[in-house]
Design a protein around this ligand. Structure first.
Ligand SMILES: Nc1ncnc2c1ncn2[C@@H]1O[C@H](COP(=O)(O)OP(=O)(O)OP(=O)(O)O)[C@@H](O)[C@H]1O
Ligand SMILES: [Mg+2]
Length: 423
């Protein structure tokens, strides 16, 4: 497999660094060649921000090397996930006149307008030190006609675009890039986690009907909202499953490792009333004696923090979106969506039909059990993002090649006719 057809997902998370190296097959599918997951060291990287460059760089190096050993090939074309409060998003639009006489809209017109729109946005007050990570087209207006998906080749006097722009504060973003470089790698592109997860988890029909996706990880909860097929809102809340674990650590006076185990084994959000008086043994900190605590106490701690996370997400969605337009419902993904009964709990809060989002693996040729988990939604989404970019580039190149061929044939025929006319 040539280096050009290798793509790598680097999902830098608050609880683990996940790396997937995949090869692109001839029919634009992916074969996972290697993978690794290493625990994110304490005080190194949290909620999308670097706390210690050299610690994080070391662990990234370990994670990528492990995946490379597994894949027996080097990590190439690295797509990196980014998340955190330093990401901001905004919907924006701009209109330009094309010409006095109706003009055929070209790809360049659309691209130029996109560039002008984002550079205008970034120059506005309040966007100091921000850089554009994504400018996702929602729709276009050509003259008075609204809701056009692709205006190329249409004729019109004016063109207006509607974009969902995701921006990052420059310093925290550059710190991540510097960390990857210190680890000895460079990235092909940074992709917002909320976008990556939505690519791997959501169905097109859900996007069309209106859907909310929450990727509840360890340190962040990434929100994305789709209406009529387009991303309309995205935001990162700096809370996740690690906050539930920390509350248990404090409430139960135990170690983080023990409270994490309890959370995964016994955690639930709609516990059955039957076992709530059951008691479990809690290990004391640094050799202190074991104490017994009722399960109802543990459920309560989990309830309060989960309720806070979902309430914050609900308020953000309510402020930005007319929830009457959310006709498909809510999807939860990320590791914390594996919490028992969190789906039912969220369904009540949002009053929307809810499902747990597992990454779709229909574009992956080999069957890898560990990847079939909401924890891998972002990493698999990064691979699909890379695959789609690769595919659209390949299509462009082959279109150019065939057009050149046609042009060449055209010149050849003209020459033949010219010679005929002369004789
Ligand atoms: N069965 C489970 N029940 C409850 N929580 C779980 C379960 N399995 C995993 N988790 C939690 O999921 C979180 C890890 O999820 P994930 O791998 O999506 O996070 P991350 O990508 O490392 O972090 P982030 O994206 O927030 O920076 C941890 O907080 C972990 O405790
Ligand atoms: Mg994550």
């Amino acid at each position: 497999m040539s280096e050009l057809s290798i793509i790598t997902a680097l999902d830098l998370g608050s609880s683990s660094i996940k790396v997937l190296i995949a090869g692109i097959t001839e029919d634009f599918h992916l074969e996972i060649l290697g993978k690794s997951e290493v625990k994110t060291p304490k005080n190194s990287f949290n909620r999308g921000k670097i706390q210690d460059i050299s610690k994080t760089a070391n662990e990234i190096r370990v994670a990528i090397s492990k995946a490379e050993e597994d894949a027996k090939t080097k990590a190439q074309n690295i797509y990196l996930s980014i998340s955190g409060e330093f990401l901001r998003s905004e919907n924006t639009s701009k209109k330009i006149s094309l010409s006095d006489t109706a003009k055929i809209i070209t790809t360049e017109d659309v691209e130029n307008l996109r560039r002008t729109t984002t550079s205008y946005l970034i120059r506005q007050k309040g966007h100091d030190n921000e850089i554009v990570i994504h400018d996702i087209p929602q729709s276009y207006n050509v003259d008075e006609q609204e809701g056009i998906k692709n205006p190329v080749d249409m004729s019109g006097y004016s063109l207006e675009n509607h974009l969902h722009v995701i921006m990052a504060s420059e310093n925290p973003y550059q710190n991540i890039i510097r960390t990857i470089e210190k680890a000895g790698y460079s990235i092909k592109q940074a992709v917002a986690s909320q976008l990556a997860s939505s690519i791997s988890v959501l169905e097109d029909q859900e996007r069309d009907l209106g859907v909310i996706l929450l990727d509840i990880g360890a340190g962040t909860t990434d929100i994305s909202v789709y209406l009529k097929g387009n991303m309309k809102f995205s935001k990162v809340i700096p809370l996740g499953g690690n906050d539930i674990t920390n509350d248990l650590t404090i409430g139960l006076r135990t170690s983080t490792e023990f409270s994490e185990k309890i959370k995964i084994k016994n955690g639930s959000l709609k516990p059955s009333l039957k076992n709530k008086d059951e008691e479990i043994e809690i290990q004391g900190i640094a050799g202190r004696q074991v104490v017994k605590k009722k399960l109802s106490f543990i459920y309560q701690i989990i309830y309060y923090r989960s309720d806070e996370i979902l309430e914050k997400a609900y308020q953000d969605v309510m402020k930005s979106t007319n929830t009457n337009l959310i006709n498909a419902g809510l999807v939860l993904t990320g590791g914390t969506s594996l919490m028992n009964n969190i789906g039912m709990f969220a369904e009540e809060k949002f009053n929307l039909p809810t499902r747990i989002g597992y990454p779709k693996i229909d574009r992956i040729t080999n069957d890898i059990k560990e990847l079939k988990s909401p924890k891998y939604a972002t990493a698999i989404g990064l691979l699909y993002f890379g695959l789609d970019s690769f595919k659209s580039k390949e299509i462009k190149i082959s279109k150019m090649k065939s057009e050149n061929n046609i042009n060449f044939k055209g010149i050849f025929t003209k020459m033949k006719n010219f010679i005929k006319e002369l004789s």
